[in-house]
Design a binder for this molecule. Structure first.
Ligand code: OXD
Ligand code: MN
Length: 594
């Protein structure tokens, strides 16, 4: 096992607190995985899928109230509220520890406590980091085994070093003789981070980012704190390698809000002949300086936890190929022959399904058969377009960073920012219409700077300053160029103008050419936009007036945006760096002189 005294002591103390019936240290072996999935089938949490259709795969349905990340129950408890910022929920750490100690006391009674050592990033890489999750949910264990690298080999590398401790309980203790339910959880939920000891405490939910602590809690919230301390970036970004028909390859990282097509973009099948996109990661990028002064990125994850609805052979063939085996499906619909289905998977709906709530469903029902935040958990190694360097311990060099919004108007299909500072400014005002990935209203425009609003572990004003500081850490020429895209612009009838998916390669091509200094741009108040006819739309048949609409920039909207941003910046108590206020004024002037 381990000789790490801090780990042994913590596990011992948490067992005293949570009072589980047994403790199991996960070794990460295939045999262990088989046993645990078997256990989940016996408990009724899992249904084994048709071995011919989805070998080695399982189906789960959550409790209908436990279906997404709970942002209003997520806290980052710095000693002061100011350090957490207006972007995080906060409570005094001592008060919060009291609340949690009361909730966790006896919370694992009648259950097994699993100890999962995991590595974010290739085991042993200088960029990787280790965490240990304690959980009473076998569902979490099997998902963590797909999403991260777990087990004995992690403990060997850990030795006596630092790890991030994460305690998770579904908050559903069992009395002697009490029968378990398929998806235990608790109405009371807390997802809490303590920056002082870099610990994570998660109570009451078994779903996704609330419970798989390596993902949002560690690789984003805690890692963003470590990144500031150590001078690197932990970001909500996909990473892709793009190869041109001439064989030139560049890596791009892109930040999109949750459930806005990141996984699709990460595995894009190019609609333009000769262009190729390969996947390094679909959700998180850790970027550090290499010895040449450039930023190098790794994907700290090992699998994909993708949104299922809308994923099809048309929208993302590579995801469909990836999830054919050894996968876990949660809250999709079940077919009569024990396969899975979700909205958008096929044009034609099956005649009969069991929906995500376990009820019989027919196409005449007025509600979707799968939950809009239904997910697949699937091993990255099964993806047919993984980049040959996706596990390179040194990471891949990043040439461009893209910020993507989901906005029906105002933001054009693509633009390039003027320089690093202007790029950081556009990241800081990134806005998007909300999706089902988080509990709450869908379709509401909110600021989601760097797509990190729910994931930044400290005051976002300080985070913007951290981003600005990169200009002084290397020659600005070494830094990635910063772009903005918006696939979601709508026409006056509320229809999307841009076809998206595989056609997005056309935008990537324009970006690629910009990186090679091609004179394919003109200046607009927002940044450099494609010169007319410089975006390759060959064969798309988009009428010229619709194409122009994709790039329409409106003075009134620009001035409204200025007011929106001013109001937003003012919520940060005078902490927004002056450089960003200056950028805002410059933007206003550009719009005024339009
Ligand atoms: C995710 C999210 O699950 O961003 O990736 O919500
Ligand atoms: Mn995400």
């Amino acid at each position: 096992m381990t000789k790490n005294q801090k780990l042994l002591k913590w596990v011992h103390e948490m067992a005293e607190l949570c009072q589980p019936e047994n403790i199991h240290w996960c070794d990460g072996s295939e045999e262990e995985y088989q046993k645990m999935t078997q256990l989940l089938v016996e408990q009724g949490t899992f249904i084994k899928l048709n071995e011919k259709k989805k070998p080695g795969s399982f189906y789960a349905r959550s409790e209908p109230s436990d279906v997404a990340r709970v942002e209003d129950r997520t806290y980052v408890c710095w000693p002061t509220k100011e350090e957490s910022g207006p972007n995080n929920n906060w409570k005094d750490p001592k008060e919060m520890k009291e609340i949690l100690l009361n909730l966790f006391r006896g919370s694992m009674r009648g259950r097994t406590m699993y100890v999962i050592p995991y590595s974010m990033g290739p085991i042993g890489s200088e960029i990787s980091k280790i965490g240990v999750e304690i959980t009473d949910s076998p569902y979490v264990v099997v998902n963590m085994r797909i999403m991260t690298r777990i087990g004995k080999k992690v403990l060997e590398v850990l030795g006596d070093d630092f790890f991030v401790p994460g305690l998770h309980s579904v908050g559903y203790p069992l009395n002697p003789g009490q029968k378990d339910v398929p998806w235990p959880c608790n109405h009371t939920k807390y997802i809490v981070h303590f920056p002082e000891d870099k610990s994570i405490w998660s109570y009451g939910s078994g779903y996704g980012g609330n419970a798989l602590l390596g993902k949002k809690c560690y690789a984003l919230r805690i890692a963003s704190i470590l990144a500031r301390e150590e001078g690197w970036l932990a970001e909500h970004m996909l990473i892709v390698g793009v190869t041109s028909p001439e064989g030139e390859k560049k890596y791009i990282a892109a930040a999109f809000p949750s459930a806005s097509g990141k996984t699709n973009f990460a595995m894009l099948e190019s609609a333009l002949p000769g262009w190729k996109v390969e996947t390094v990661g679909d959700d998180i990028a850790w970027m550090k300086f290499g010895s040449d002064g450039r930023l190098y990125a790794i994907n700290p994850e090992y699998g994909f936890f993708g949104v299922a609805p809308g994923t099809s052979l048309k929208t993302n063939p590579n995801a469909i190929l990836t999830l054919q085996k050894n996968s876990i499906f949660t809250n999709v619909a079940l077919t009569e022959d024990l396969d899975v289905w979700w909205e958008g998977l096929t044009d034609e709906k099956p005649n009969k399904l069991i929906n995500w709530k376990g009820e019989e469903w027919t196409p005449d029902k007025n509600e979707p058969a799968s939950h809009p935040n239904a997910r697949f958990t699937t091993p990255a190694s099964q993806c047919p377009v993984m980049d040959p360097d996706w596990e390179n311990p040194n990471g891949v060099p990043i040439s461009a960073i893209i910020f993507g919004g989901r906005r029906s108007s105002f933001i054009p299909l693509v633009f390039q920012t003027f320089d690093w500072t202007h790029g950081v400014f556009t990241g800081s005002i990134q806005s998007s219409e909300t999706t089902a990935a988080a509990a709450g209203e869908v379709g509401k425009l909110r600021f989601d700077p760097f797509a990190m609003l729910p994931f930044c572990g400290y005051n976002m004003a300080d985070y913007f300053a951290h981003w600005l500081s990169f200009k002084h850490r290397t020659d600005e020429n070494n830094l990635p160029k910063i772009f903005v895209v918006n696939w979601f612009r709508k026409d006056e009838n509320g229809k999307f103008i841009w076809p998206g998916y595989g056609e997005n390669i056309r935008v990537v091509k324009w970006i690629f050419e910009r990186l090679n200094d091609k004179e394919n741009y003109e200046t607009s108040p927002l940044g450099f936009i494609p010169k007319f006819n410089s975006l390759d739309v060959s064969g798309l048949n988009i009428p010229e007036n619709r194409l122009r609409k994709l790039f329409e920039i409106n003075k009134e909207e620009g001035l409204t945006e200025y007011e929106r941003v001013k109001e937003f910046y003012n919520t940060f108590n005078n902490k927004i760096p002056k450089e960003l206020w200056d950028e805002l004024e410059k933007m206003k002037m550009r719009f005024e002189s339009m």
